[in-house]
Structure formats: structure tokens, C-alpha cells
Design a protein around this ligand. Structure first.
Ligand SMILES: Nc1ncnc2c1ncn2[C@@H]1O[C@H](COP(=O)(O)OP(=O)(O)OP(=O)(O)O)[C@@H](O)[C@H]1O
Ligand SMILES: [Mg+2]
Ligand SMILES: [Zn+2]
Length: 334
């Protein structure tokens, strides 16, 4: 779990808690303003409570006993009076308590030292937001549809022996295992290659959803935006703490997904940043998933040797084949 996610949720909870408490105070004050009698009784109760404490500390045994009995009697009477006053306006003491969203943990996020389920859910929601993925609610392993992939073997058309269906079945399995093996140093990174509309981004989303579900962190970004941002950061003079954190995350997040590699206009600075990402993350055994329309041959031609050699050595190349699903979907609608 990304520490920025944790901090954000903790902050939100603190705000939520304080809001509930201040709402409760305001409500009580309004009720008291309209019913000054309540304030007077409460004032008396407070004074007697204080006396009771003093007597417990300072009085000798004999006096204490008498005083305590007397004070308790008075307190009971006042409490009863207070409750009667409240009942007259249709309220009870409970109405003055803060209204927390979660009654299990009173919005502290913890029950004892165990994390409350509401807090855990919030951590997951927040990491979805911070991962930059908005589609993973619809695109995940549960909604994955094999129906778009043909079961026909046609080497001439698809360029492989297997049918697109058999092919995607294998890739899906690899991707699923990948999402559960992020920490395994033996696990290679994934490179999704294939022409447009074959489901590369969809499957990358499935992996992201699965990883986030397991409580690990993911950042999804397209190559053009990611590399632009990184180069901007490098050349920026005054870096804010938030910017620094965002930059560091690229290197620290459990899974980095770079979509649409090959669509960016490359230059020397971007090559450096891409190499930096690959190299640093590979050294730290932090996994990467890259998706591209480029074939490995095209990658070799368009990127530097030092970048290409990392793709070959450290990535499992998953070649997507089949029909453009965007077009298939349009045909189905008609
Ligand atoms: N397995 C699947 N089940 C259901 N819908 C899918 C599946 N794979 C892809 N789709 C849908 O098909 C469309 C194209 O898929 P996607 O965007 O993943 O293609 P892509 O390979 O990333 O294309 P591009 O190279 O243009 O980025 C999307 O609308 C996506 O939701
Ligand atoms: Mg895509
Ligand atoms: Zn809770």
C-alpha cells in the first residue's frame, strides 16, 4: 500500500470525525440557546461533579462517605431533571452525540488495534483513484469476455498457429498469474503488443484491478503523458513536495502500467527517462506492464539498444491477435 494513499485516507477520516464532533457541538449549542434551562442544569451537574472529585481526593474517610452519598443523590436528581427537560422537546442525550458515518469505529478507522472494514474499503477506493484508472470497475477479470476472440486457426491471417481464442486464453492466464506474483523475482514483466482494438488496455485494466484488490499499489499512465510529465519535472526549477512525491511514485509503486508506448514523439530527454524507469524498477524488482502497437522489430528500430535489450531480457512478450473489438462491438450494436 502506497503511503500517500494511507495518509490521504487518514486525513479524510480525521476531517470527517472533527466535522461530526463540531456538528454535534453546534446542535447542542442551538438547543441550549433555545432552552436555557438545560444549560443551567448542566452547569449545576458540572459543579457537583467537580465537588465529588474534590471530596474523593481531599476528604477523610468518614466525611467522604457522607459527602459522596449526598452528592450522588443530587446528581441523580439533576440528571433526571435534565432528561425530562430534553424529553419535553422530543430529544434525548443520544441526540447530542456526534453522528459518525461508521458506528463500528466512530470514524477512527480502527476497532482497538484492528483496522475497520470501512477504512480498508476506503484505502482500496483511494488507491483506485490515485492509480489513475477509471475503467477498472468495468474492465476486470470478472467482466473479461472471450466471445470477441475467434476460435478459428488461420496462420495466414493471424500470423500464429493458434486461434486468437487459444492465444488470448494463454495471455489472460499469464496476466492473472502476473498480478498475483508481483513480488516474485522470477516473475518477468509483461509487454503487450498487437494492433489496435485487440484488448491490450482492457487486460492491463484487469491486472490493475486485481493488484489493487490485493492491497498493492498501481499507477497507470500512457507513455506520452508519463514521459512528458517526467521531463517537465526534471527541468523544473522549484519542485513542490507533492511533485516530488508523484515523481518518486513512478519508481516505487508496486506495479507501473505504461500504456500506448510508441505513440509519443521521442527525444533524447524522454529516452533517458524511459531508460531510467526501466532500469531503476528492474533493479528494485518492481514490476512493469507495457502495452504497445509496435512490434518487437519496430521497438528495436525506434528505441535505443539499451532500452530494447531490457525488453528482450526482462519482459515476457504477449502478442495479441484477432479482430478489432471496437469494430466488432459496432457491428453487434447494429
Ligand atoms: N476481453 C474483453 N472483454 C470485453 N471487452 C473487451 C475485451 N477486450 C477488449 N474489450 C473492449 O474492446 C475495446 C478495445 O479494447 P482495448 O482498448 O483494450 O484495445 P487495445 O488493444 O488497447 O487498443 P489500442 O491499441 O488502440 O490501444 C474496448 O472498448 C474494450 O472495452
Ligand atoms: Mg489501448
Ligand atoms: Zn469503520
Amino acid at each position: 500500500m502506497q503511503s500517500s494513499v494511507y495518509r490521504k485516507v487518514e486525513r479524510d477520516y480525521s476531517v470527517k470525525r472533527q466535522k461530526a464532533q463540531s456538528d454535534a457541538r453546534h446542535f447542542k449549542k442551538n438547543v441550549y440557546d433555545e432552552n436555557p434551562k438545560l444549560a443551567q442544569i448542566e452547569d449545576k451537574i458540572n459543579k457537583i461533579s467537580l465537588k465529588s472529585i474534590k471530596s474523593r481526593i481531599f476528604s477523610d474517610d468518614f466525611t467522604r462517605q457522607i459527602e459522596q452519598e449526598n452528592l450522588t443523590l443530587q446528581l441523580n436528581k439533576l440528571n433526571k431533571e435534565y432528561e425530562e427537560q430534553l424529553a419535553r422537546i422530543g430529544l434525548s442525550k443520544r441526540d447530542f452525540e456526534p453522528k459518525y458515518e461508521c458506528t463500528k469505529c466512530n470514524d477512527t478507522g480502527y476497532i482497538g488495534n484492528k483496522m475497520c472494514s470501512c477504512f480498508n474499503q476506503e484505502l482500496i477506493n483511494e488507491s483506485f483513484k490515485q492509480s489513475n484508472m477509471f475503467k477498472i470497475k468495468d474492465e476486470n477479470f470478472e467482466t473479461f469476455d472471450f466471445g470477441y476472440y475467434s476460435s478459428t486457426n488461420d496462420k495466414e491471417k493471424y500470423g500464429i498457429e493458434k486461434s486468437p481464442l487459444e492465444n488470448i486464453d494463454g495471455i489472460r492466464r499469464l496476466a492473472y498469474n502476473f498480478s498475483h506474483n508481483l513480488d516474485d523475482p522470477q516473475q518477468k514483466n509483461l509487454l503487450f503488443t498487437g494492433s489496435t482494438g485487440l484488448g491490450k488496455t482492457f487486460l492491463a485494466n484487469c491486472v490493475a484491478a486485481e493488484v489493487l484488490k490485493s492491497g498493492k499499489s498501481v499507477i497507470y499512465q500512457t507513455a506520452p503523458i508519463l514521459l512528458d510529465k517526467m521531463v517537465d519535472y526534471k527541468f523544473k526549477f522549484n519542485k513542490t513536495e507533492a511533485e516530488r512525491e508523484e515523481y518518486d511514485k513512478i519508481f516505487d509503486v508496486d506495479l507501473l502500467i505504461i500504456d500506448d508506448l510508441g505513440t509519443e514523439a521521442m527525444n533524447g530527454a524522454k529516452f533517458s527517462e524511459l531508460f531510467n524507469i526501466l532500469n531503476t524498477r528492474l533493479l528494485k524488482n518492481k514490476k512493469i506492464l507495457i502495452s504497445t502497437n509496435l512490434t518487437p522489430q519496430e521497438i528495436k528500430r525506434e528505441y535505443e539498444e539499451r532500452i530494447f535489450s531490457r525488453f528482450v531480457g526482462d519482459f515476457m512478450i504477449c502478442r495479441f491477435v484477432g479482430e478489432d473489438i471496437r469494430i466488432l462491438k459496432k457491428k453487434l450494436v447494429r
